[in-house]
Design a protein around this ligand. Structure first.
Ligand code: AMP
Length: 299
């Protein structure tokens, strides 16, 4: 198939109780396309400034990521700063500098318009909508968002929600979107507003998938050393959609397997700061962890 990923390509400044890193490469589009690249050849849409390291663009290409839709513009790359406490599920945004994303209105390259799977990763929902309008006949559209956009652009998010098949969101975001504290009730509300599947990410507790026909739970890998939780959600989505793109199937069984691959890819992302772990990750490690997940829930 053909997977197009729209998201942020960014510099992140990250503080955790175990250390701080300044301006390392991150972004929702970055994590998601790197994770997906272990299954397929995703096409990335985004913009970076002239300060973005060419070596990372070479890394994208070496991993089979199509970067024709990644613009380089005069100015500074998107910058996000976040802080985590001892609970890796709790994070605080210290600052967001949208920089080159200000006024960015991408024109999709012709080869991207025939996409069959589109992932609207965490980015301004108006941009998500504009890009989706340029794709001809996608078979599957998924989206993610973040508290920042839920607070500032709720109306736009509701419009995009009507046009997507899958929503990926963490439990806090699902609650904010629906004003429901109970996740099951919140999931049902989302299903009534557009998507056919809601993937609720619960950080170190895994994820819960809701559709009208089934509920499926997937664990997170039991991990002793969470170095940097940034990008776990985007890597989950990248593993999930990359696997579906490779299998060319949206059967309920493949959706479940995709969720396990999503959790596997997320579990690698958090083992190092930024995209460090993905630089050395090998396909056989992914398969070994997939088998470990199977043993975890077999009884
Ligand atoms: P995750 O940990 O998977 O939820 O995503 C973290 C990534 O989202 C970081 O690498 C940030 O660069 C990126 N990010 C943070 N805030 C925003 C935002 N407002 N819009 C787009 N991307 C963002």
């Amino acid at each position: 198939m053909n997977l197009v990923i729209v998201g942020s390509v960014a510099f992140d400044t990250i503080q955790t109780p175990w250390g701080k890193r300044e301006r390392i490469v991150g972004g929702s589009g970055t994590y998601c396309s790197l994770a997906a690249s272990f299954f397929t050849r995703p096409k990335l849409v985004g913009v970076v400034g002239e300060d973005f390291p060419p070596a990372v663009i070479r890394l994208f290409k070496a991993r089979g990521i199509d970067t024709e839709g990644l613009e380089i513009r005069p100015g500074k790359t998107f910058h996000w700063e976040g802080r985590y406490g001892y609970d890796p599920n709790q994070r605080e945004t210290v600052r967001t500098d949208v920089n080159v994303y200000e006024g960015y209105r991408p024109e999709l390259p012709e080869s991207y318009r025939a996409a069959e799977i589109v992932f609207l990763a965490n980015i301004d929902p108006d941009l998500q909508e504009g890009i989706l309008a340029q794709v001809r006949r996608p078979k599957l559209v998924a989206m993610d968002t973040m508290n920042h956009w839920i607070r500032s652009k709720l109306k736009s998010i509701r419009r995009v929600l009507k046009k997507v098949d899958i929503l990926f969101a963490n439990d806090e975001e699902i609650r904010m979107l629906t004003d429901e504290t109970n996740l099951i009730r919140a999931g049902k509300k989302i299903l009534a507003s557009g998507p056919r599947l809601v993937v609720t990410k619960k950080g170190e507790h895994g994820a819960l998938l809701f559709s009208r026909r089934f509920v499926f739970g997937v664990l997170a890998n039991p991990c002793e050393d969470v170095v940097d939780p940034t990008g776990a959600g985007d890597s989950f989505a990248g593993g999930f959609l990359g696997y579906l793109d490779k299998k060319k199937s949206f059967s309920p069984l493949d959706i479940r397997r995709a969720a396990v691959y999503g959790s596997v890819l997320a579990s690698f992302a958090i083992e190092d700061f930024g995209i460090g772990r993905f630089k050395k990750l090998r396909p056989r490690e992914i398969e070994a962890r997939f088998r470990r997940f199977r043993r975890l829930v077999s009884f």
